[in-house]
Design a protein around this ligand. Structure first.
Ligand code: NAD
Ligand code: MG
Length: 389
């Protein structure tokens, strides 16, 4: 571990993605206190090489085996260690040489390396919400046992986390997660049935990776975030509310037992929650654009359209049922979103696939880690068979 005045050494898992690249922007402007120890990418070898040459980490991982020789050759003149393949992610997560893992891999693939880092008692700056959706009970218990602080990067959860600073003795009455509503706010099924991938990829307020952008359009993202919030803040399902707030400047809110509500606000920019997680408990001075209230003469709030965006209801069902239900929901959703992005299924089919898969897979009340992996695999296979993939 770094000493009190040493730089924090950061491992970015998923460094070539939307969160990963923004995390590197944050580090680039604070090289006096932050340095890069590990970078990992799945397929984008070019960007990984560029990042490695600039930030000079101790190690990099390229997921795709076919790209290993190229990355190794490009970094041959440096002393950067190069690894490849899925297992290497856990291997480098096991290193003693980093302080903070930024968990920025997308989907279920982020679970194993994050668990490894948690078992080592590392600080986790958690963007990969699927980790908690799939196995939140196991991850949070392991974090408690190993004193591994999990600091949310997801903007809503970062907002709630920030609202809770100084409130350790004050129970939460409820939290209110804000949702932009995505590109199809106000639309009905007769419109959504014909929606194509390029339209669904245009988010009004945030620029993000493809999977979470589709999840935002279907509102599954907010459903996953409800489940993420349950585990992060130890809440009952009834304590978690969602409100549509199209401007995305209130990032979320906490209501305490006296009825008082705290909100965290700012422009929609993921660099802010990333930086907060890296600096915590300090806030780091920056020159990001500031929120100007005169540009926001009105902030609007409305009830989500549960009838049209049925994914939200399915996620609430998973939240209430517990066990392996959310793991199954997540797996089916990952496969269905992938198929939608490949133009293999329609927009509304995503929900149909998730719903049918949830009905099909056997319920397990208190799954072991292995049972979560098995449920994930079964759900993926069943969802794929529904779509004839
Ligand atoms: P992205 O698709 O832009 O990037 C994903 C990263 O993960 C890439 O570096 C990629 O190489 C790596 N990756 C992909 N598949 C992998 C696999 N099978 N094994 C190992 N590595 C793999 O995604 P993103 O938008 O940066 O999102 C990352 C995570 O952060 C997601 O869980 C998402 O829900 C969460 N998140 C993102 C945002 C955002 O603004 N982008 C906001 C909140 C939460
Ligand atoms: Mg979010």
């Amino acid at each position: 571990m770094a000493g009190a005045d040493a730089k924090k050494r950061i491992a970015i898992f998923g460094s070539t993605g939307s969160i990963g690249t923004q995390a590197l922007e944050v580090i680039r402007s604070h090289t006096d206190i932050l340095e890069v120890e590990i970078l990992t990418a799945q397929t984008n070898d070019e960007l990984l090489i560029t990042q490695a040459m600039e930030f000079r980490p101790n190690a990099v991982v390229i997921g795709d085996d076919k790209k290993y020789e190229k990355v190794k050759a490009a970094l041959a003149a440096t002393d950067i260690k190069v690894f490849c393949g899925e297992e290497a992610l856990e291997e480098v997560a096991d290193f003693d040489t980093y302080d903070v893992m930024i968990a920025a891999i997308v989907g279920f693939a982020g679970l194993k390396p994050t668990l490894k880092a948690v078992s080592k008692g590392k600080v986790i700056a958690l963007a990969n919400k699927e980790t908690l959706v799939v196995a939140g009970d196991i991850v949070m218990q392991m974090a408690l046992d190993n004193r591994s602080p999990i600091i949310p990067v997801d903007s809503e959860h970062s907002a709630i986390f920030q609202c809770l600073v100084g409130e350790a003795r004050n129970p939460i009455e409820r939290i209110i997660l804000t949702a932009s509503g995505g590109p199809f706010l106000g639309k009905k099924p007769n419109f959504l049935v014909n929606v194509k991938r390029d339209h669904a990829l245009q988010h009004p307020n945030w620029s993000m990776g493809a999977k979470i952008t589709i999840d935002s359009a279907t509102l599954m993202n907010k459903g996953l975030e409800m489940i993420e919030a349950k585990w992060l803040f130890n809440l009952q399902p009834e304590q978690i509310e969602v409100v549509i707030h199209p401007q995305s400047v209130i990032h979320s809110m906490v209501q305490f037992e006296d009825g008082s509500i705290k909100a965290q606000m700012g422009l929609p920019d993921m660099k802010l929650p990333i930086q907060y997680a890296l600096g915590f408990p300090q806030r780091i001075k920056n020159d990001f654009p500031r929120l100007n209230f005169r540009r926001y003469p009105a902030l609007n709030f409305e009830e989500p359209d549960f009838k049209t965006f049925r994914n939200l209801g399915l996620a609430i069902e998973a939240l209430q049922k517990g066990g392996n239900t959310a793991c199954v929901l997540n797996a089916a959703n990952e496969i269905a979103v992938w198929a939608f992005l490949k133009n293999r299924i329609g927009f509304l089919d995503i929900t149909a696939v998730v719903e049918k898969t949830m009905q099909h897979i056997t319920y397990i009340k208190k799954p072991t880690l292995q049972e979560y992996f098995d449920s994930d695999g079964e759900a993926r296979n069943f969802a794929a068979s529904l779509m004839k993939l």
